[in-house]
Design a protein around this ligand. Structure first.
Ligand SMILES: C[S@@+](CC[C@H](N)C(=O)[O-])C[C@H]1O[C@@H](n2cnc3c(N)ncnc32)[C@H](O)[C@@H]1O
Length: 215
């Protein structure tokens, strides 16, 4: 029978250590083998700890999203951040959210209907071939997506194409994501597609970078 001290040590030391080891294994696997997050995982990553670190209603503010904007989101997952952004752009704004996984889009549409949100256009599409006209968005953002994309340079070029001259591109990332990229990796990628850093909010376990078009 374990003593109370042994149980405490298992909880305080064992569980974080187990998480760390699993995280490292996941990072190594993901480094070599990239694929979109399966739909069942969307609810796992939407948990109270995550919502504390990246509060849904605060994310549109971190991304510089204003009421009335036309905004593109890539990779909504289960849509928690999409709904908050739709509320932020309001009735005069428009949010187009694309995901490569049809199940994510179905889930997002269901949630938007249930909450009576009508300014989201959800579509199945690939970030590498955005089905939109040049310069049509005021802002674009991705939360915990860029790290799971095999050739992010291509995505950056597409973002550059669909954003207006004053458009902004935001990335929010989370350390506990096995695909977590370092801020400097994204800064380098963005610069390669002629984006300039506009805002940088870095915390030890998450960050947001906002870029603007440099030409
Ligand atoms: C880790 S989830 C993040 C979900 C959500 N943004 C969040 O933070 O909770 C990544 C999402 O990106 C989508 N995705 C991955 N590759 C994509 C691609 N090439 N084009 C569009 N969406 C993609 C996945 O299907 C998934 O919904």
């Amino acid at each position: 029978m374990p003593t109370p001290m042994q149980i405490l040590i298992t909880i305080v030391v064992g569980l974080p250590l187990l998480f760390l080891v699993l995280h490292m294994i996941a990072r190594i696997v993901r480094h070599f083998y990239k694929f979109p997050m399966p739909a069942f995982a969307a609810d796992i990553i939407d948990n109270p700890l995550r919502r504390r670190i990246q509060p849904p209603e605060e994310m549109p503010l971190r991304h510089g999203i204003e009421p009335g904007m036309t905004v593109l989101e890539v990779g909504p997952g289960n849509g928690t951040y999409t709904l908050a952004t739709a509320r932020r752009v309001g009735d005069t704004g428009r949010l187009i959210s694309i995901d490569i996984e049809p199940k994510m889009i179905e889930r997002l549409e269901r949630r938007a209907r249930a909450e009576g949100i009508t300014n989201i256009e959800a579509r199945v599409a690939d970030v590498f071939e955005l089905p939109f006209e040049d310069g049509m968005f005021d802002a674009a953002y991705m939360i915990a997506v860029i790290g799971e994309i095999p050739t992010p340079e291509r995505a950056m070029r597409e973002f550059h194409r669909v954003l207006s001259a004053s458009g902004t591109l935001a990335f929010s990332e989370l350390l506990m994501d096995p695909d977590f990229p370092l801020p400097r990796t994204l800064e380098r990628l963005a610069a390669s597609a002629s984006f300039r850093l506009k805002e940088k909010m870095v915390h030890w376990n998450h960050y947001t970078l906002v870029f603007e078009k440099g030409d």
